[in-house]
Design a protein around this ligand. Structure first.
Ligand code: DDH
Length: 291
């Protein structure tokens, strides 16, 4: 690796693009893991690193990458993310100059873009914090709750109803693991491709409570192979949320545009503007555009 940390080394966009490309390789190198991609779990890491932000106190968010520390690493919501942090650690070994916050949020950008999603404007500038900066438990959403909980959590980060609905569409990707959250199964038939299928399926399928000994979750009546969390279902049972969910079900371009804007902002929560080295976020190239 040519780029080394040290006096005088100021990484350029091209250096971050190299990190991007390395993460893209790792995402694809998943073998038999889940659906053959580490993309979804890396996206979940970026989201959980950022979604702890509290606009009242200005604490939390991606700036200090505090999930490296206990007890935040052990918070129930973060179960299973040790795997994602381990994958990112490999990248950190090769590109030691990047901060963990920049690395993890860039991982979310790579995951979305490489799984067929929209471009996510991103820029570096996060710095590594300390254990004392770790956030208290309970800042991330609890899947067993209803619409008022979801609003409380996302309003605390500064998002509105439209942005909440757009962000939750990320559940087109990946799956629940009984060993991590207690819930089980994927939301869509294509869990490694970024689409608006999460919304389409919410409207098009009949959702019934799954009969099992695990936590309350819904399953599609027809195939019984898909799932929805109670918090996912409020996207159609709550009138205000439903309006946006319907719009995204009907218009994939609108979903891509709104997801990109909201997710890009999520990744910058808690990062002082003065820390950013670029005045505007960058559009990183997809891996196959580099070849
Ligand atoms: Fe999520 N999510 N999420 N989620 N999430 C889980 C998995 C994934 C909630 C709960 C869960 C977002 C919002 C919410 C992803 C991205 C995003 C799991 C299963 C639970 C539970 C974990 C496991 O067992 O492995 C709740 C509640 C909310 C909420 O909004 C109320 C948002 C906003 C995002 C985002 O990225 C913007 C992804 C990706 C996964 C799949 C992970 C995997 O390993 O696969």
């Amino acid at each position: 690796q040519v780029a080394k940390a040290g006096v005088g080394f100021v990484p350029s966009k091209a250096d971050y693009q190299k990190v991007y490309n390395r993460i893209a390789e790792i995402i694809d190198d998943a073998g038999e893991y889940d659906d053959g991609s580490y993309g979804p779990v890396l996206l979940r890491l970026a989201w959980h690193a950022s979604g702890t932000y509290d606009k009242e106190t200005g604490t939390g968010g991606s700036n200090y990458a505090t999930m490296r520390f206990e007890p935040e690493a052990l918070h129930g919501a973060n179960n299973g993310l040790n795997l994602a942090r381990g994958l990112m650690e490999k990248v950190k070994q090769e590109f030691s100059w990047i901060s963990y916050g920049d690395l993890w949020t860039l991982g979310g950008v790579v995951a979305v873009q490489e799984m067929g999603g929209p471009k996510i404007p991103w820029r570096p500038g996060r710095i590594d914090g300390f254990a004392k900066d770790a956030t208290p438990d309970g800042r991330l959403p609890d899947a067993s709750q209803g619409s008022s909980h979801v609003r409380n959590i996302f309003y605390r980060m500064g998002f509105n109803d439209q942005e909440i609905v757009a962000l939750v569409g990320a559940h087109a990707l990946g799956r629940c693991h009984t060993s991590r959250s207690g819930y089980e199964g994927p939301w869509t038939f294509s869990p490694t491709t970024f689409t608006n299928d999460f919304y389409k399926l919410l409207f098009d399928e009949t959702w019934v409570w799954k009969k099992w000994s695990g936590p309350k979750q819904l399953e599609d009546k027809k195939t019984k192979s898909l799932m929805m969390l109670p918090t996912d279902y409020v996207m159609v049972s709550d009138k205000s949320f439903k309006k946006y969910a319907k719009a995204y079900a009907e218009d994939n371009d609108l979903f891509f545009k709104d997801f990109s804007a909201a997710f890009s902002r999520l990744l910058e929560l808690g990062v002082p503007t003065a820390q950013f080295t670029s005045s505007a976020p960058w559009e990183m190239g997809n891996a196959d555009e580099q070849k």
